[in-house]
Design a protein around this ligand. Structure first.
Ligand code: 5GP
Ligand code: ZN
Length: 109
């Protein structure tokens, strides 16, 4: 999708604070964090929302969810974190490229 901000971020055409990338998945810090740690994980291939996903998205959805605890731990959230997938206008979704929010407070050293 040429006019999608998250497609542009995943392609590297719009800068972001990237924390992870592979062939299918991209993760980056939220530009307006609502917690001390707040990042998002997205599929590189455009899909508007969780409600638009079908069986063809099963693999990438699974890989995104398995990345959640790994990236959370890498950012100090070993004690726990919250995960959110705002879906649709009534679900508070503002950017219509599927994204999984991960946020929390790092444990004290
Ligand atoms: P939604 O409400 O759609 O679940 O959340 C979209 C999120 O994307 C918001 O938390 C917002 O701060 C973040 N966001 C919107 N535009 C950009 C951007 O250009 N870069 C980054 N890093 N985050 C963005
Ligand atoms: Zn997109």
């Amino acid at each position: 999708m040429s006019d999608c901000i998250f497609c542009k971020i995943a392609a590297g055409d719009v800068p972001s604070k990237k924390i992870y990338e592979d062939d299918d998945v991209f993760a980056f810090h939220d530009i307006r964090p609502i917690a001390p740690v707040h990042f998002m994980i997205i599929p590189k291939r455009h899909v508007a929302s969780l409600a638009e996903c079908g069986p063809e998205h099963q693999d990438v959805l699974g890989r995104i969810m398995l990345l959640v605890p790994r990236l959370a731990a890498e950012h100090g959230l070993e004690q726990g974190f919250k995960v959110g997938v705002n879906t649709g206008p009534a679900g508070g979704q503002e950017v219509f490229h599927l994204h999984v929010h991960v946020f929390g407070h790092p444990a004290r050293a």
